[in-house]
Design a protein around this ligand. Structure first.
Ligand code: SAM
Length: 129
């Protein structure tokens, strides 16, 4: 079952207090999202599909623009294993590089919450200041 459907089921009891929107990561403005800042941006195994570190960085920049202060970015994705000597040639970055990008973009509380080697979750919050 797609991740967004799992999320819809899990959050159904919140009775409309949560709304989920699916954006095309490649569009400039993520126009499907409601206008104004959003509380959280969540992605599962999609951002690496954009194919490059540049595309990952662009996506993180868009997320920083669309999040409310204190809002969360949660990206669970395929990554390059830490012991892999070759630099990634696609969007599967190493976890420390994800964390570095988020840190450079001004996210706070940046950390990896789960790491299976090939699949990891990185999170950060938009600074309130
Ligand atoms: C491995 S699937 C994961 C699907 C879903 N996120 C889940 O967890 O069930 C990778 C997904 O990345 C999505 N994807 C690729 N390019 C995308 C884009 N530009 N915007 C949004 N999603 C994209 C694909 O449609 C595909 O569904």
């Amino acid at each position: 079952m797609p991740f967004i459907e799992v999320a819809r089921e899990k959050l159904a009891s919140y009775n409309g207090k949560v709304s989920l929107h699916q954006a095309d990561l490649n569009t400039d403005d993520w126009a499907v999202l409601p206008p104004g800042p959003v509380h959280a941006i969540v992605s599962n195994m999609a951002i690496h599909d954009l194919g490059s570190e540049e595309a990952v960085t662009t996506t993180y920049k868009k997320a920083a623009r669309r999040l409310e202060p204190g809002g969360s970015l949660i990206n669970a994705d395929l990554v390059t294993r830490p012991d892999d000597k070759e630099p990634p040639t696609d969007g599967k970055l190493k976890v420390p590089r994800h964390l570095e990008l988020l840190d450079h973009l001004g996210f706070v509380d940046v950390r990896c919450t789960l790491d299976f080697g090939h699949y990891a979750c990185v999170v950060g919050r938009k600074d309130r200041f």
